[in-house]
Design a protein around this ligand. Structure first.
Ligand code: DMJ
Length: 630
């Protein structure tokens, strides 16, 4: 499957009228690179069109060879021919003719290079090609990650790339395979799609039937979410490419149902609306986590997946059980919309007073917004948006501060509740927030569209501003270190809090004194949150700086986390060069980090934000009533 055939994209809608519309050269080239059923298109080309194509690419080639001596970020190609070959200053002609695009029969005005704006046109063209090439580099990284996993860990949850073996850290359901599958589909990495699909078809149901204990949340967001997205993205009825690789979509759906039917024990065993955190799949049965409490984020980040399963299976039980959680949380007391990070399934009450948007708190806020969006902002679900909006006001009022000396905006914590002291600690996990804030402000439209239509109220504008400020802070958490990679946790220098000698090691960063990194927090797990937010902010603001930041981060991952024999590794200490490798490739590196980077560098019409919501593991799920639900 190729991204060209992703469902309901604006690109598909526009194509019908392509002849009469302006189409950017970037789109044209992207289609060229992604089109998989090229032969069919080529057959239907008239000779005239073909000659015109020849001329178009001839002109483009000449422009490039005259103006672009640099090869910054360009792909050199791969042995298996999976990648597009882009050499210094141009695209290889072989590829162009192998994959002709669905072109309108004329050059778009911005590429014609006439009327004295040739310099501008060249710059635009070079920039478009640069991002296409960078996107292909991400695909290449994904295939490198997969090849290590396949070689040494196929069937295990995760790869240990240094010791070259697999490990079952998530219950043993082959989590990397399922988490990475829809990324492969989006990238058009057909070989990976068929290998992963074949494994799922032949092994996953048995594993599910025999597995003992899994975590309800992790299994839902990674495995159930992965299966559901794969189902959607591979369904011809959803407008997908009929030549997609792998098993029939129904295999993904039936496997998802089997898994979800067992996961339901987490809900039905609990005496309250709050599910138990641990489920024994083979029984199936469930019990609370050892200390009796569930994480607030975990119990409230299951609904996108269960709702979608109810829609496609026609069985409401998944929605009924999962939505009871949010309906119940609605009734609980909060602090300006903010909630403690633990909740008891025995009593249904929050437990403790620790408030934060990092671990155990994060995706509670994310799903308030996204479930409302998934339900197409329907009035029965307005309560979710109300909860979200109140919480974001609470964040701005109680948790947002600025560092000294250079004023980085950050989100801290209230470890003992609102009446006690503020901690200037920010987990990397909090970096999901800029993306969610931007999405919540424009509801997936670009900022320009939303402004033009007068759709941004005061709250939206405040949230959008905060999103941009926080995205910068998250990026600086990377660039302040010697490796260019962020630590798991950062502290911010404030009037009340300072600690000397704990900088990130990059002496040329102007934020050296603003960001404090304690020795125990210096690891990096290949997490996605910052690139996730850069993706949302780029789509929404269209500001190219977010892409450039994403590229810098990608380069740092390549430089310090890549293991030559296959795979990528988490690191022990991002402030030391070279950093020691921790020997673990988390499943979300394939499921989220590389997917968001790939989408960040690509055409915005792929998985459009007004048609899909991403679950908290980056698996796209259609918004009801906009994309086909089948
Ligand atoms: C992922 O499993 C999900 O994004 C989750 O919401 C938070 N943690 C990891 C990635 O860091």
């Amino acid at each position: 499957m190729s991204s060209k055939s992703l469902p309901y994209s604006k690109k598909d809608v526009h194509y019908d009228n392509a002849k009469f519309r302006h189409r950017s050269f970037f789109k044209v080239i992207t289609q060229n690179l992604h089109t998989s059923n090229v032969k069919n298109h080529c057959m239907s080309c008239s000779t005239g069109k073909f000659l015109l194509l020849l001329m178009i690419f001839g002109v483009a080639y000449l422009m490039l060879t005259h103006t672009s001596p640099t090869t910054d970020g360009l792909v050199k190609g791969s042995k298996n021919g999976t990648y597009e070959h882009i050499t210094s200053g141009g695209i290889r002609f072989g590829n162009i003719f192998r994959k002709p695009p669905r072109l309108p029969p004329q050059l778009p005005p911005d590429v014609k290079g006439s009327r004295g704006n040739t310099g501008l046109d060249h710059r635009k063209l070079n920039s478009d090609l640069k991002w296409i090439a960078r996107q292909q580099n991400v695909k290449k990284a994904f295939i490198h990650a997969w090849s290590g996993y396949k070689k040494y860990a196929m069937g295990y949850d995760e790869l240990m790339p240094v010791s070259k073996r697999g490990v079952d850290g998530l219950g043993g359901l082959g989590a990397t395979i399922v988490d990475g599958l829809d990324t492969a589909m989006i990238m058009g990495a057909d070989k990976v799609v068929s290998e992963a699909g074949f494994w799922i078809e032949t092994h996953l149901s048995n594993k599910i039937n025999q597995t003992s204990q899994v975590n309800l949340f992790e299994t839902t967001i990674r495995v159930l979410g992965g299966l559901l997205s794969a189902y959607h993205l591979s369904s011809v009825e959803n407008g997908m490419d009929s030549t997609h690789k792998g098993p029939k979509p129904v295999v993904y759906l039936e496997t998802a149902k089997n898994l979800a039917d067992r996961l339901l024990a987490g809900f039905t065993s609990s005496p309250t609306a709050i599910p138990f955190g641990d489920v024994v799949l083979r029984d199936p049965s469930a019990h609370p986590a050892p200390d009796g409490r569930s994480s607030t984020s975990e119990v409230s980040s299951l609904q996108l997946e269960f709702n979608y399963l109810s829609s496609v299976s026609g069985d409401p039980k998944y929605t009924v059980e999962s939505m009871r959680v949010l309906e119940h949380i609605k009734t609980l007391p909060k602090v300006e919309g903010l909630v403690p990070i633990f909740i008891s399934p025995r009593t249904g009450e929050f437990s403790g007073e620790n408030i934060r948007l990092g671990s155990r708190g994060d995706s509670y806020y994310e799903y308030l917004l996204k479930v409302w969006l998934q339900k197409n902002r329907e009035s029965n679900f307005t309560y979710l948006h109300d909860m979200y909006e109140e919480a974001m006001k609470g964040v701005r009022h109680l948790l947002v501060r600025k560092s000294i000396p250079n004023g980085l905006v950050f989100v801290g914590e209230l470890p003992f509740g609102a009446d006690s002291s503020f901690s200037p600690k920010m987990d990397h996990l909090v970096c999901f927030l800029p993306g969610t804030l931007a999405l919540g402000a424009t509801k997936g439209l670009t900022k320009e569209e939303a402004m033009k239509n007068n759709m941004l109220n005061f709250e939206d504008l405040e949230n959008l501003k905060l999103a941009e400020d926080l995205a910068k802070t998250c990026f600086e958490m990377y660039s302040v270190t010697s490796t260019g990679l962020a630590p798991e946790i950062a502290y911010f220098h404030t009037k009340e809090f300072s600690e000397g000698g704990l900088d990130g090691g990059n002496k040329s960063s102007e934020y050296m004194n603003d960001i404090i990194i304690k020795p125990a927090d210096r690891h990096n797990l290949l997490r996605p949150e910052t690139v996730e937010s850069l993706f949302f902010l780029y789509r929404i603001t269209e500001d190219p700086k977010y892409r450039e930041w994403g590229w810098q981060i990608f380069e740092a991952f390549e430089k310090y986390t890549r293991v030559d024999t296959g795979g990528y590794s988490s690191l022990d200490d991002v402030t030391s060069v070279p950093p020691h490798k921790r020997d673990k490739m988390e499943t979300f590196f394939l499921g989220e980090t590389l997917k968001y980077l790939y989408l960040l560098f690509g055409d915005s019409s792929v998985i459009p934000l007004d048609k899909f919501v991403f679950n908290t593991e980056a698996h796209p799920i259609p918004i009801e009533g906009t994309a086909k639900m089948g």
